[in-house]
Design a binder for this molecule. Structure first.
Ligand code: ZN
Length: 272
């Protein structure tokens, strides 16, 4: 509960039993502080997380835009609008540093001074990667949620069965579940829908134009293909994202609204 045990003033925080200590305040908190959690990272930094009671978040104005997202093989993800979102360059750089730091640690004698030094170095790289990745995922999820009423994704457990060990795939795998989590809670806050396709659906094999199933596309090396039936030329992942959107929309209870001027009217009477 709120009491005087926890206070923040002039870049200092007052904690129960500890008293006032210096604080690097990242951004002002909103609402009443309910409790604090103190955690220590592997690199020896202390973090204070504030749990606050905030007033209800205002829902965003409803839109008719919908989006399908596919996990990219060479990029982080690809959207049904044709947008290819790459893993941030710095993340790739840090991953290379990570591999180097791991190798260095394994070459040291366990328990030696250099071993502990290498371990802290490795932990620091890990920390930087976690922070950068989270920042990237927050920005991307916020943008996609603000632009779309419905976002359709595949359940990645199915996708994980595809073996692909490129660096970007490695990064995507770790980030994907976090990304989904961010999209889901932001959707709840802002009145958007995240539709997850749960059953196995071979999204990459169907032609998004005519529905023809081309099993040859199972081969991950095929990046682009032409539909033997309707001759549409496809980018592998964009085609897949369009299919994900179509199936995801059927599974969701989304109904478009008619937007006239600034007022929003329901096109179906049973939406609410
Ligand atoms: Zn076709």
């Amino acid at each position: 509960m709120v009491n005087d045990n926890i206070q923040i003033k002039n870049n200092k925080i007052k904690l129960p039993k500890i008293g006032w200590i210096k604080l690097k305040y990242h951004r002002p908190h909103k609402g009443k502080i309910l409790n604090v959690t103190i955690s220590k990272t592997n690199t020896g930094k202390y973090y204070v997380s504030l749990c606050c009671e905030t007033p209800n978040i205002e829902k965003l104005q409803r839109l008719n835009t919908t989006l399908g997202i596919d996990v990219g093989i060479k990029s982080f993800c690809v959207t049904s609008n044709g947008e290819i979102i790459d893993n941030p360059k710095f993340l790739q750089k840090y991953y290379k540093k990570l591999l180097k730091a791991q190798r260095r640690l394994s070459s040291k004698t366990k328990g030696s001074k250099n071993f502990y030094k290498a371990r802290i170095k490795l932990a620091k790289v890990h920390e930087r990667i976690t922070n950068c990745r989270l920042d990237f995922l927050h920005k991307l999820s916020s943008r996609l949620i603000s632009e779309n009423q419905v976002i359709c994704l595949e359940n990645l457990k199915v996708k994980n069965m595809l073996k692909n060990s490129t660096l970007s795939k490695l990064i995507s795998d770790v980030s994907w579940s976090k990304f989904r989590q961010l999209l889901e809670y932001k959707a709840k806050w802002y009145g958007r829908i995240v539709s997850i396709i749960d059953t196995y659906y071979p999204s990459s094999q169907f032609c998004s134009n005519c529905g023809f199933k081309n099993e040859e596309v199972k081969n991950l090396n095929i990046r682009a293909w032409e539909c033997p039936n309707c001759k549409t030329k496809h980018h592998r992942d964009i085609n897949s994202a369009i299919n994900i959107k179509r199936v995801g929309l059927v599974q969701s209870d989304f109904k478009p609204v008619e937007i006239v001027g600034y007022e929003v009217f329901e096109s179906g009477s049973s939406y609410f």
